[in-house]
Design a protein around this ligand. Structure first.
Ligand code: ADP
Ligand code: MG
Length: 260
């Protein structure tokens, strides 16, 4: 049950979402009833069995598809009115191979006709801050998988979204790169004070990166359990935190719920 205080402080509020796909042949109830909240600056992970409706939920939050029931609000306004303040990143980085890193990073600004001096300077600053400036004229095929993912993140951040949605964004990377990139992304999003909802299959990744893990049941999805992750006020980064004494406890709690 949700407490009153949660509603007041929620930045993102997902309430009683139901999503049904209708095709001429059949009806698929993808999401039955899902609610969760995220306070500003908090990171939420959605975990659950394959096909349970995680991407569907992100699609609804992104406003790409409309749920049959329930409401989603960002900063008190319906998600349909929050255009531009949501960034969405998928597994593939989708960098265009014929554009330089710089021209990839500004493509969203170009499309949205927001290529102002201020926005260009912001994108430039992000590339400098996160060590990609020296590659600004390189083409994506010159970059490692980790650098490509960082470039894709900067392209998303250049549009100044307040809420970031990541759908299995690291799953194309090999294990070691994945751990490093997710740590980079975590640090960047924390520093830029973004709110994050991410989908992952990887329980350690969910524990290492989030403040709250929402465990979904098998399809049609309902919330099986919500686990708040607390590593204290000076939370170690996602690599360091794996050595924290409570890390394994959180892992076990989530694992037990998932194999039920
Ligand atoms: P997850 O991301 O958790 O793996 P999805 O949200 O992609 O799951 O899918 C949930 C369910 O909805 C699946 O059974 C899937 O086949 C179905 N589904 C997803 N997208 C569509 C669609 N566009 N049309 C019909 N069914 C869909
Ligand atoms: Mg999915």
């Amino acid at each position: 049950m949700r407490k009153e205080g949660d509603i007041l402080s929620a930045f993102l509020s997902v309430d009683n979402i139901q999503m049904i796909y209708e095709t001429p042949a059949e009806e698929t109830v993808a999401v039955k009833d899902v609610s969760f909240t995220a306070e500003k600056g908090r990171f939420i992970s959605l975990v659950g069995p394959s096909g349970c409706g995680k991407s569907t939920l992100l699609g609804c939050i992104a406003g790409l598809q409309k749920q049959q029931k329930g409401t989603i609000t960002l900063d008190g306004r319906d998600i349909s009115q929050s255009g531009g303040s949501i960034g969405y990143m998928l597994q593939s980085d989708n960098l265009l191979p014929w554009r330089s890193v710089w021209r990839n990073v500004i493509i969203g600004l170009e499309i949205q006709k927001k290529l102002t001096e201020e926005n260009t300077a912001y994108a430039e600053n992000l590339l400098k801050k996160y060590d990609l400036w020296q590659f600004k004229d390189s083409f994506p095929n010159r970059l490692s998988g980790g650098m490509r993912q960082r470039a894709a993140l900067i392209r998303t951040l250049a549009l100044k979204p307040q809420l970031l949605l990541l759908d299995e964004a690291f799953s194309a990377l090999d294990y070691q790169t994945r751990v490093n990139v997710s740590c980079d992304v975590w640090q960047i999003l924390r520093r830029e004070n973004k709110t994050l909802v991410m989908v992952t299959h990887d329980i350690p990744e969910a524990v290492a990166m989030s403040d709250r893990v929402v465990i979904l049941s098998k399809r049609p999805a309902v919330v099986a359990k919500t686990v708040d992750i607390d590593f204290g006020p000076h939370r170690p980064d996602p690599i360091e935190v794996r050595r924290h004494p409570r890390f394994q406890q959180y892992f076990n709690t989530i694992w037990k719920e998932l194999i039920k």
